[in-house]
Design a protein around this ligand. Sequence first.
Ligand code: SAM
Length: 274
Amino acid sequence: MNHPRAKKRLGQNFLVDESFARRIVGALGPRAGETVIEIGPGRGALTALLLEGGARVVAVELDRELAPVLRERFGGREDFKLVEADALGVDFCAAVEPAGSARVVANLPYNISTAILQRLIEQRRCVPEMVLMLQREVVGRITAPPGSAERGYLTVLVEAFCKSEALFDVPPGAFRPVPKVWSTVARLRARTDGIEDFDEGLLLRLAGAGFAQKRKTILNNLRSAPEDLRALFEEAGGAAGLLEAAGVDPQRRAEALTLAEWVALTQALSGRGR
Ligand code: SAM
């Protein structure tokens, strides 16, 4: 079957180097009978290896022109389910039934990788582990330690809910069409170590405000936070009072803060830990 042309707007850079496809699936290590979610199966480079490894694959693909390609390769198999939908709107807990949870593997479309990560993290109850290929810079941001200029909202989002590790790089030549950037495969595991109790939504809103302008101090960024957040700060003595209550020096930048300090700020604001 002729393949439809790759679509840039859907981030279509297909993996054509099978040795990398094997390394990615090997990093997941699917067990026989295990349900695995694949986001953006494309032409099936990873799907074929997942099935070969004995996994039951729930593949979520937005491009309707690719559905016939996937059906021709894998249709009719009981261990392959194609969900023709935007992964950003999929209820993964429902999609993997009768399994209660499923690990994820994906060569993600780079233009929506942050949004998909956010969505997967929201549903981490059903998605305990992910092996994801992302733009190398994005993995750099996800794994950036406190004090690194690469640290940002995405770092805090991932760190608050997952343990992450970069596994290996993949060169542009492994894809068609050839992208301009390098990729990195990373593993994210939902945290089970139960870091302290905190209001998740509030932590993300605080981080969003704190990183709004990376060159500003945390104090100045929080002072420019959206109005409803600032109204909350008032109860804690304003942005300066909040930082003091959490023991955070107001002259630091958001990138210097550790996850424990973001949690302390969240707790100081929500009344817990005061
Ligand atoms: N897994 C294949 C591979 O490794 O060759 C394809 C990877 S390609 C980088 C990204 C895939 O994600 C494409 O098949 C694209 O159509 C699909 N895609 C893009 N946006 C999507 C979305 N919102 N939901 C589901 N799939 C999407």
